[in-house]
Design a protein around this ligand. Sequence first.
Ligand SMILES: Cc1cc2nc3c(=O)[nH]c(=O)nc-3n(C[C@H](O)[C@H](O)[C@H](O)COP(=O)(O)O)c2cc1C
Length: 207
Amino acid sequence: MNELALPHPDAPAWADALIHSRRTTLPKRLCGPGPDGAQRTAILAAAAAAPDHGQLLPWRFIEVPDTQRARLAQAFADALLARDAAASAEDLEQAREKAHRAPWLLLAVCRARGGDPEVPAQERVLSAGAAIQNMMLLATAMGLGSGLTSGKALSSAPLRALFGLQPDEDALCFINIGHVREARKPRPRPPVDAYFSCLDENTPATR
Ligand SMILES: Cc1cc2nc3c(=O)[nH]c(=O)nc-3n(C[C@H](O)[C@H](O)[C@H](O)COP(=O)(O)O)c2cc1C
């Protein structure tokens, strides 16, 4: 029996501690500076280690630098107005403000349709999720906070236009990364028996 060479003898304990220490840090609890250039490069490269059936590279990430946050803010406001023409000035301001919170802000995009019919949408989205988790785990290992944000604006015409999304692409979520202004307690995790069962000959694999 061959075993994979461990990257380091302590790797299993490190990886376990890292995985369990990741917590969502929402943008309002993040502060600058964002990751430096070398950290950004490493975090983006971590995505490429995700499993990718057929090597379709069905996902990509678009950074929103500080110089473009006002455009994103306008897209958020336009998306809200398209959903609710009576949105108040306060609601619009709140929508705009969301564009400015994260020190480093990326949009995760998935090409869920078209191309190889052997790789359906759910496999492509799974690959994107694995890539995003790789990025967040490396950010956690660097002592940075990270969190995903979503919302109705993601599928809106103003946001799709701003990011130049193709008809076969969907915006999955934003990835927010920065330093942690306010750490949160560990979250109680579901016990393994809440999501694991073993098929046997007598019973169907019910939950
Ligand atoms: C695709 C995706 C989108 C998310 N969007 C939001 C969001 O818009 N707002 C939010 O508060 N949390 C969002 N979350 C984060 C979850 O709320 C968070 O993972 C959950 O509360 C568990 O906390 P933990 O990540 O610290 O374990 C999102 C998570 C995923 C996977």
